[in-house]
Design a protein around this ligand. Structure first.
Ligand code: F6P
Length: 519
C-alpha cells in the first residue's frame, strides 16, 4: 500500500523553509498584485460547482511550485489513489476509507476491493430513498427527530438547514444530540407520538449520549400511548444487530469503511432525503461525485482541494498560523462551521504520524466561524486589528433564494468589502483607526446554493483535509482522542451520587462535591 513520506522529511521542505525566510515572512499581497497583473487568474480555481479566489493569500508562484513538488515527493497522488481503491489507509483501525464510494453512480468503474461494496451501497441507497419517499407522502408524520451526535448529527443537521429551500412543506425536523436532557425535553414538549418519527443515528449504536436519548425517546413514546415502535422508530447504523436488540426493526445500514464525520452520504443522510426527497439526495451525491472526479484527475496545479490543502500546510507550518475562520455569507449555511470543525479537527488533530512517531510540526488548526454579516459585528474586529493573523474563508452565493428587494446586493457587498478591507488595510488614520492590512482570505463562490453545490463543497473540504493530513503523514481517519473522556465519564457518573472521591485529583474531587446530588 502506498504510504506518504512525511512532509518535514521531504527534500522540498528545506527549500520551502528557505523560501519562507527570504520572501514568505515579509510577503505583502498588495505588492504582489502590483507586480503581477494576472495574479487573480493565476491564483483562482474553477472546480465543479465551486469557484475559489485564492489570490488574497500570502503565497507567491514560487512557493506554490515548491508546495506542488512537496506534494509529489510525499506521494500524495498515490495515497489518494489508494483511498479510492479501497486500501486500508486507516491503519490504526485496519479499515478502508471509502466514503467516496457512497456517491459513485451504480455503473462507476470499480476495482477488486470496491465492486461488491458499490453494489451494497446502491442496494441500501435505493431502499433508504424508497423509505424516504414513503414517509414523505405519509402526512400523518409531521415531525422527524434525529437522535445522534458528532457525524451522526452535524452533517444531516447542517444539510437539512442549508437545503431548506428544496424541502417539501409539512414536516418539521429536530436534531437531538446532547445528553443534556434539556435538549430532548424541549423537543418532546411539542410532539405527539402518532405524528412523530424518531431516527436513531449511530454508526456504532453504542455512543452514550445517543443511547440515553434513544431510551428516553422510546420511554416517552410508550408513556404517551404510542404502540407502533416499528412505524415510529428507524435506526441508521453499521450495528444493525444492536438496533434490533434495542427493539428497532426498521434499519438502514452502512459499513465500517465510512467514518462518522464522512457519513452524511450514507444512511445517516436519511433526514436529508426526507427533507429534499430522493431526487434531491441524488443531486447532493452527484455534486460530491463531481468533486471526487476533479480531485482524482485534475493535475495538482489545477486541483482545488490540493491547492487548499497545500496552502493549509504553508500557513500552519511556515507562517505558524494556528487558526482559520470560515464565514458563510448565507444564513442557511449557519451550521457549516460546526460541521467543518468536526471534519477537520477530528481528522487532523493528531500529534503522531501514521507509524505512531511524535511529530515536530503542527497539524490541524482551530477551525471556527459564524455567518457574515453577523460576524462583522462580533469577531471581525480581531481579524482586522488583532495581533494574530487568522486566514478567513468567505463563502458567497451569487443568486439568492428569496426576492426581498435589495438584501442580496448588500450581503454580497459586505462579503467583498470585508475581504478587501482585510487585504488593503488603512494606514493613514493613525493609532486606533489604522488597519494593518495584508490579512489573508480565500473567497468561495457558488452560483446558487443547491444540493449539487453543497455536495461539491463538502467533498472539496473532505479532500482538502485529506491533502494536508497526507502531507503531515498522519492517519486522518481515526479519532482516538475522543476515548479517554468517555472512559472517565463512566467512572465519575456513579461518584456524583455516592460522593466517592477516592483516587481523584483535588480539582475534580472539589468540583464533584459542588455538583454531586448527595444531600
Ligand atoms: O466521539 C467521536 C465520535 O466517535 C465521532 O467520530 C462520531 O461521529 C460520533 O462519535 C458519533 O458516533 P456514532 O455514530 O457511533 O454514535
Amino acid at each position: 500500500m502506498a504510504m506518504t513520506l512525511r512532509c518535514d522529511r521531504a527534500p522540498a521542505w528545506a527549500q520551502l523553509q528557505a523560501a519562507f525566510e527570504t520572501a514568505g515572512r515579509q510577503f505583502d499581497v498588495r505588492h504582489a498584485f502590483v507586480d503581477d497583473a494576472g495574479r487573480f487568474e493565476r491564483f483562482s480555481q474553477e472546480a465543479p460547482h465551486v469557484f475559489a479566489d485564492l489570490s488574497k493569500n500570502l503565497i507567491d508562484a514560487r512557493t506554490q511550485e515548491l508546495l506542488f513538488t512537496l506534494a509529489r515527493e510525499c506521494g500524495l497522488e498515490a495515497h489518494r489513489d489508494a483511498m479510492f481503491a479501497g486500501e486500508h489507509i486507516n491503519t490504526t483501525e485496519d479499515r478502508a476509507v471509502l466514503h467516496t464510494l457512497l456517491r459513485a453512480p451504480a455503473d462507476a468503474p470499480t476495482g477488486p476491493k470496491t465492486a461488491n461494496e458499490l453494489r451494497e451501497v446502491h442496494a441500501t441507497l435505493d431502499a433508504m430513498l424508497a423509505y424516504a419517499e414513503k414517509v414523505r407522502s405519509d402526512h400523518t408524520i409531521t415531525d422527524v427527530v434525529n437522535i445522534g451526535i458528532g457525524g451522526s448529527d452535524l452533517g444531516p443537521q447542517m444539510a437539512v438547514l442549508a437545503l431548506a429551500e428544496f424541502a417539501a412543506p409539512g414536516k418539521r425536523f429536530h436534531f437531538v444530540s446532547n445528553v443534556d436532557g434539556h435538549e430532548l425535553a424541549s423537543v418532546l414538549r411539542d410532539l405527539a407520538p402518532e405524528h412523530t418519527l424518531f431516527l436513531v443515528a449511530s454508526k456504532t449504536f453504542t455512543t452514550a449520549e445517543t443511547m440515553a436519548n434513544a431510551l428516553s425517546a422510546r420511554r416517552w413514546y410508550e408513556q404517551s400511548g404510542g404502540t407502533d415502535i416499528a412505524g415510529h422508530f428507524a435506526a441508521l447504523t453499521t450495528n444493525v444487530e444492536a438496533a434490533r436488540q434495542f427493539g428497532i426493526d426498521t434499519t438502514f445500514g452502512f459499513w465500517d469503511w465510512v467514518g462518522g464525520r464522512y457519513s452524511l452520504w450514507s444512511a445517516i443522510g436519511l433526514p436529508i432525503a426526507l427533507a429534499i426527497g430522493a431526487d434531491g439526495f441524488r443531486r447532493l451525491l452527484a455534486g460530491a461525485h463531481a468533486m471526487d472526479g476533479h480531485f482524482r484527475s485534475a493535475p495538482l496545479e489545477q486541483n482545488l482541494p490540493v491547492r487548499l490543502g497545500l496552502l493549509d500546510v504553508w500557513y500552519r507550518n511556515f507562517h505558524g498560523f494556528t487558526s482559520r475562520g470560515i464565514a458563510p455569507y448565507h444564513s442557511a449555511l449557519k451550521r457549516l462551521p460546526a460541521y467543518l470543525q468536526q471534519l477537520e479537527m477530528e481528522s487532523n488533530g493528531k500529534q503522531v504520524d501514521a507509524e505512531g512517531a511524535a511529530l515536530s510540526i503542527g497539524t490541524s488548526p482551530v477551525l471556527w466561524g459564524e455567518p457574515g454579516t453577523n460576524g462583522q459585528h462580533a469577531y471581525f474586529q480581531m481579524l482586522h486589528q488583532g495581533t494574530d493573523v487568522i486566514p478567513l474563508e468567505f463563502v458567497a452565493v451569487r443568486d439568492a433564494a428569496h426576492d426581498l428587494d435589495g438584501h442580496h446586493p448588500k450581503l454580497l457587498a459586505n462579503a467583498l468589502a470585508q475581504a478587501q478591507a482585510l487585504m488593503v488595510g488603512k494606514l493613514d488614520a493613525g493609532g486606533h483607526k489604522n488597519f494593518p492590512g495584508n490579512r489573508p482570505s480565500t473567497f468561495f463562490v457558488f452560483d446558487k446554493l443547491t444540493p449539487e453545490s453543497l455536495g461539491a463543497f463538502l467533498a472539496l473540504y473532505e479532500h482538502r483535509v485529506f491533502t494536508s493530513g497526507a502531507l503531515w503523514g498522519i492517519n486522518s481517519f481515526d479519532q482516538w482522542g475522543v476515548e479517554l473522556g468517555k472512559v472517565l465519564a463512566k467512572d465519575i457518573e456513579p461518584r456524583l451520587a455516592s460522593g466517592d472521591i477516592m483516587g481523584l485529583d483535588a480539582s475534580t474531587a472539589g468540583l464533584l462535591k459542588r455538583l454531586g446530588t448527595r444531600a
